[in-house]
Design a protein around this ligand. Structure first.
Ligand code: ADP
Ligand code: MG
Length: 214
């Protein structure tokens, strides 16, 4: 993937990562797994409280769903059934919206996919987080099903024009995950202002007049 104002390269960017003072990645993942298991238990205990108000109960359910995704991510839980795409996107959007961001999922038919739900979740979470940080309203759309195509559109200031992220890793992670399933990521300006990021989770057969670009 190629995008303007790439902050991953250039004078202000470290060429190599600093060693993590907490230890090797596998060790950190091991400890994260333990702590997430504790969080899952604690959250389940809160969720079982019959005195919770409806909005609090909804938030606790969101936290539980997020913790479950993180546990799957840390343990690399194998995928056994087709993923309910809309449910995954709903979760990403609901979490961002509960945190106060103006994010919506465009309505549509149910969609299932054989894609690893963890890949879908990480890709869309990264894109939504970027779009929210950029500012404006954010819309997540499913625009194709074979292969699955998801677009994240924002009405922010345009790619690279908003506040920068902390690490500059997110889009590289997105690109790596999308490529790992044979897909492609495309970034285009949205008029009159904003950014549209389109992710095809697989090979899209080219049709006349719609060239694919990275
Ligand atoms: N939707 C967007 N609107 C404007 N700029 C964006 C958007 N998405 C990404 N960017 C730009 O790309 C940079 C890199 O994003 P990313 O790789 O996700 O870094 P980080 O992991 O720090 O968020 C951001 O700092 C920002 O300048
Ligand atoms: Mg990011």
């Amino acid at each position: 993937m190629h995008w303007p104002n790439d902050r991953r390269v250039g004078p202000g960017r470290r060429s190599t990562d600093r060693a993590n003072p907490l230890g090797a990645t596998q060790d950190v993942l091991h400890d994260l797994g333990h702590e997430l298991a504790t969080l899952a238990l604690l959250t389940a205990a809160v969720a079982a409280d019959p005195g919770l108000s409806a909005p609090t109960s909804t938030r606790v359910e969101l936290i539980q769903a997020q913790v479950a995704r993180l546990v799957d991510l840390v343990h690399g839980t194998p995928v056994t059934a087709p993923v309910d795409v809309r449910a995954v996107l709903d979760q990403v959007v609901a979490v961002a919206a509960a945190a106060g961001a103006p994010v919506e999922l465009a309505p549509g038919e149910p969609v299932t996919s054989t894609l690893d739900p963890g890949v879908l979740w990480r890709v869309v979470s990264n894109l939504v987080a970027n779009a929210v940080r950029a500012g404006g309203a954010v819309l997540v759309e499913i625009t194709g099903t074979d292969p699955l195509v998801v677009e994240v559109v924002d009405t922010g200031p345009g790619f690279g024009a908003g506040p920068p992220g902390r690490s500059g890793r997110g889009l590289g992670i997105v690109d790596g995950l999308v490529r790992s399933v044979g897909g492609i990521t495309r970034i285009t300006p949205e008029l009159p202002a904003g950014t549209r990021i389109r992710v095809a989770f697989g090979v899209v057969e080219p049709t006349e007049g719609t060239p694919e670009a990275t």
